[in-house]
Design a protein around this ligand. Structure first.
Ligand code: SF4
Length: 264
């Protein structure tokens, strides 16, 4: 068979526990795996080392699919509807326009350019509703095939030291600037990503949608400033220090974080 027509089995890797565990299982059980792709519209710096570790473990590169970044969505102009001509601004809490634009469309575009592919997706054996959708597609799940639940996937990632560090403060992964994070998660984001947080503060005024229902980001910032600092999870201490040493204006906050760490 000509190489151009051979089916390639590709892992759709999000950096999360389920797709990471899918890769680990492919390696351990010698299951078909020809490549790894990911879409990263707004990653945390702390996740960069995670990619390197995963590539090293998998002994193959992770291809980052090119696509729009978070700021492209924020300033994207609406072409229809009541707010035609205005920008999107912050993603709305109960709409998925950002996921479609930032994640699904780039991956679908990549797949249209690589038609002979079967995608391995990180859907666990206990995600019954998602599996129903999976079975209607051409995609496959190694977690389902091997009976791995979400908890088992997490344990496997921990066993190989490949659990995304963002799980240290958030049960979900996603964009740094995502308003759908919990308030606690946002407080950690503020510590870990001072440059993006500053971008958020500066651009908050241009969004036609408030950052969270009933709150602008500026109001949340004032609230966070009045709250005691959160303890830094051990796996993120280096990332917090690096983030703040890179920008002199955050030295004072960094020092406060060091005090928190010393108290632990
Ligand atoms: S993580 Fe948040 S901002 Fe990013 S695509 Fe998903 S919902 Fe949208």
């Amino acid at each position: 068979m000509e190489a151009a027509f051979m089916t390639q089995t590709i892992l759709a890797w999000s950096g999360g526990k389920d797709s990471t565990a899918s890769g680990i299982l492919a390696k351990l059980h010698k299951l078909p795996l020809d490549g790894i792709v990911t879409v990263q519209p707004d990653p945390y710096k702390a996740e960069a080392q995670m990619i390197e570790r995963f590539e090293s473990f998998m002994e193959m590169p992770v291809e980052v699919i090119p696509g729009p970044m978070f700021e492209d969505f924020f300033y994207r102009v609406k072409v229809k509807g009541a707010n035609e001509g205005g920008i999107y601004g912050w993603p709305k809490m109960y709409q998925r326009a950002c996921s479609r634009y930032l994640k699904w469309q780039p991956q679908e575009h990549w797949q249209s350019k690589n038609p002979n592919t079967v995608m391995i997706v990180g859907i666990a054996a206990d995600e019954k509703k998602r599996l129903v959708g999976l079975h209607k597609s051409e995609d496959i799940s190694y977690l389902e095939q091997l009976g791995y639940t979400q908890n088992a996937a997490r344990q496997l990632c921990m066993e190989y030291d490949l659990l995304n560090p963002i799980y240290n403060f958030s049960h979900r992964l996603g964009c740094v600037r995502c308003p759908k994070q919990s308030l606690s998660s946002l407080r950690y984001t503020r510590m870990l990503e001072p440059e993006k947080w500053q971008w958020m503060l500066e651009n908050d005024q241009y969004s036609p949608v408030s950052f969270k229902p009933g709150y602008t980001l500026q109001e949340l910032e004032e609230r966070f400033c009045s709250q005691p600092l959160l303890p830094i999870p051990r796996k993120l201490v280096a990332s917090v220090y690096q983030a703040h040493e890179a920008d002199a204006q955050y030295t004072e906050i960094s020092d406060e974080h060091k005090q928190v760490d010393e108290m632990e």
